[in-house]
Design a protein around this ligand. Structure first.
Ligand code: URP
Ligand code: ZN
Ligand code: ZN
Length: 458
């Protein structure tokens, strides 16, 4: 299949130009104003539109088992939601249960992702560590295309890694030429505050934000940066949500340490006041970790994106139905954590970032696509519009509006934390691996059309 995109403005992270793009099969083959288009190609008029690299969402949880629950969005509908919002590649997480083989768990996730409608890759979470795990990490890195391993400093009952094991895992990640990623919050502070709040009779979902203060995130971020420094391994902080954690990251970056940070579209938009809704069912919808913060922290995140201290934006798409959430209405610690975002991430960044002049269109491309491609080592195959790159492309309408509603979204949940927001800037057309998969407000991607993206060691 051949596609010729003309009259548009190509926006890459390093500059923009009014130029045309030729796609042959799944690859961009030519960029220029003097392309002689082949007779047998489909022509797409991009007048007034931006032609940008498909978004990369480096943090999703599709069909993720959690206890007896499973996240509602799967690789089929979640991929469609992504494509409709301009994201063509996601990096999801393989989470082995403690004691479980990493390779076996990786195969289970690959099997689930067979029906993916967008491109996908996997981080693997180090939930336990011994020599057998170290050996399997090597196989994942050398043979399976995994170059990033995630660690948790909280959730002590399930996936938190003890500090000794974390050091050993970091060392193995370094040895493999991979990247450490961390969910950083101080588990002791959180557990202490959770118990205290419950003993005071505070069972309402607001207990979630009250028990996870910015200082707990700041302390753990500082701590894992120190561990990474000792081991001399590159570090990526997932869903950094507050000024306290950002200060630790910036301080390390200024001293020359290789530390990256990701912010979530939800943290960039929503305020902690959502947890204080009187109706518990409503407040419970917003329970995600770290929690939404105050304006002061959102301002810090936007400054971090604009200055380059924060490199990527993700969704952390992790959806649970209202029924699932209601199991914690009388005890906020029992509400399954997570929010949607795979569909609206790029609209939120454009609307709140570019429309308000906090980011340029080029920075928008950097933080929604290019930087993730570079950090996770799939650049310039992804994250760039240039000859030789994969043809994952979005035609972005910078002034077209999109109103979010649970009635019309593609998520498999019956509410939206973004309900009623109208975002300016939205995709008109999405191309995945050289094929149009979203056009005229309709996603046409087939189950299995998404490809597994191997990410090489550094
Ligand atoms: O609340 C969240 N973020 N749930 C998903 C798991 C994680 O911590 O990333
Ligand atoms: Zn996390
Ligand atoms: Zn997550």
């Amino acid at each position: 299949m051949k596609l010729f995109i003309y009259n548009g403005t190509v926006v890459n992270a390093n500059g923009s130009e009014k130029t045309d793009v030729l796609i042959e099969d799944s690859i961009i083959t030519k960029i220029g104003i003097d392309i002689v288009e082949p007779d047998d190609c489909k022509k797409i008029n991009a007048d007034g539109l931006l032609v940008i690299p498909g978004g990369i969402d480096p943090h999703t949880h599709l069909e993720m088992p959690m206890g007896d629950l499973r996240t509602a969005d799967g690789f089929e509908n979640g991929g469609r939601a992504a494509l409709s919002g301009g994201t063509t590649t996601i990096i999801d997480f393989v989470n082995p249960v403690r004691g479980q083989s990493f390779l076996h768990t990786f195969d289970q996730w690959l099997e689930r992702a067979q029906k993916a409608t967008c491109n996908y890759s996997f981080h693997v979470t180090v939930t336990w560590f011994d020599q057998s795990v170290a050996d399997e990490m090597r196989i994942l890195a050398e043979e399976k295309g995994v170059n990033s391993f995630k660690h948790f400093t909280t959730y002590r009952d399930t996936i938190m890694l003890d500090p000794d094991s974390m050091l050993q895992s970091f060392e193995q990640v370094k040895e493999l030429g991979c990247l450490c990623t961390v969910h950083a919050e101080n588990d002791e502070i959180i557990t202490f505050l959770q118990r205290k709040l419950l003993s005071q009779g505070i069972t309402h979902p607001r207990g979630h934000v009250l028990s996870r203060p910015p200082i707990a995130e700041g302390e753990a971020t500082h701590r894992v940066i120190a561990i990474a420094k000792v081991v001399e391994v590159p570090l990526y902080i997932v869903h950094l949500s507050c000024a306290d954690a950002l200060r630790a990251v910036v301080s390390a970056q200024q001293k020359g340490q290789e530390v990256y940070a990701e912010s979530l579209c939800g943290h960039l938009l929503l305020d902690e006041s959502v947890y204080f809704a009187k109706e518990r069912e409503v407040a419970a919808r917003y329970v995600m970790t770290p929690p939404y913060r105050t304006q002061e922290h959102r301002d810090a995140l936007w400054d971090g994106l604009a200055s380059g201290a924060i490199q990527t934006t993700a969704s952390d798409n992790c959806t649970f139905t209202q029924e699932n959430r209601n199991r914690g209405l009388d005890d906020f610690t029992k509400i399954p954590n997570g929010s949607p975002g795979i569909e609206d991430r790029m609209r939120i960044i454009w609307d709140q970032g570019v429309r308000t002049n906090k980011l340029t269109p080029e920075q928008f491309v950097a933080v929604t696509s290019t930087n993730a491609a570079k950090i996770f080592n799939i650049y310039p195959r992804k994250g760039l519009i240039a000859p030789g790159a994969d043809a994952d492309i979005v035609l972005w309408a910078p002034t077209k509006q999109h109103r979010v509603s649970a009635q019309t979204h593609l998520h498999a949940i019956d509410y939206s934390v973004f309900e009623g927001f109208t975002f300016t800037g939205t995709p008109l057309l999405t191309i995945l691996n050289g094929e149009i998969v979203f056009e005229n407000s309709e996603v046409t991607a087939r189950p299995g059309q998404g490809q597994y993206i191997q990410r090489p060691q550094f």
